[in-house]
Design a protein around this ligand. Sequence first.
Ligand SMILES: Cc1ncc(COP(=O)(O)O)c(C=O)c1O
Length: 356
Amino acid sequence: MIYPVVEIKLNQIIDNVLKVKKNCEENGVKLTLVTKVLVDHEEIVRPLVENGIDCICESRIRNLISYKDIPAEKWVIREPALCEIEDIVRYSDLSLNSERVTIQALNDEAARQGKVHQILLMYEAGDLREGAGFEELRELYAFALSLPNIKVRGIGTNYSCYGCTIPTVASLNELIGVAEKLEKEFGTKIELISGGNSTTYPLMREGKLPERINTLRIGEGALMGTMVSYGDAIGELYHDNFILKAQIVELKTKPSVPWGEFTNFDSFGTVPHFEDKGLRTRALLNVGKQDVILDALTPLDDKLVIMGASSDYMLIDVTDSDTDYKVGDVISFSLNYAGVLGVMNSACIGKEIIRG
Ligand SMILES: Cc1ncc(COP(=O)(O)O)c(C=O)c1O
């Protein structure tokens, strides 16, 4: 085995996703699964679809291109950049939008490709990332209805990303109110009302989701069983689906405070702090800040302490461990959402899919 590697427990991921799907269905909600932590791993996404997932959401069109032969509905859940319109129309069925110029460009490209591109209009409900306020959304809706190669499939909003907002019954009812005002004014029926991401899931589980919220775009909650913005986990799901493993390349006992003459900054420009703990036994691992964010990692051996890292090495204090580590041994870490995103996107970290 070559290290570092991320171990991906496929059966546990499938189990999680199917539980989330079932719970969504019991609440009248369509699960649109956000696969972005799986990057472009067709061999992980395909089994999810074979097990019943019928809609996959990605933020990067590059990843959706790798899924082009997977038979599922495909959404781009990042607002399209004007430079990628051709691929968005070619490789996705629907994208999230809040800009007139982009919707026009999608329409024109869809006409060129002989297609109808679907859109979800994004409403700004307070998280202050993507989305338009009501008046602008109303104008966008009228505009989109006039375009022959655009179909407005629904409206949506997003929480818990930039502004740390929480989806509440009041906020979701506001979103429904927007849909109903549009329906009344334009004499239409809005098919989908997409009420957020993983952080809306607990509200749904408590049976408090307003009835017209009929889709949720869920990624982390299903694939990892966690909700990083609540600092919480979903009880009935697996939480250890991604484990990072790196190998010890040096193991020595050294003082805990450096000596010599000093600069003010380390190799990443930060000011380090050293506490004198005397001599400590430290393992150097073959993974570094170039591959992973340190704060995203927790050693599975809870007596290990992450001391720091440079671009290519991580330093672990192994002094208090019950394990007698040697050069060549492997140290394993659980990862939070940011950690999984980082390691899955790193070309220097192997991917080992565990099927058993
Ligand atoms: C627009 C949008 N919807 C849904 C999601 C999924 O979020 P989560 O992984 O927290 O469920 C994201 C983030 O990836 C997103 O940007």
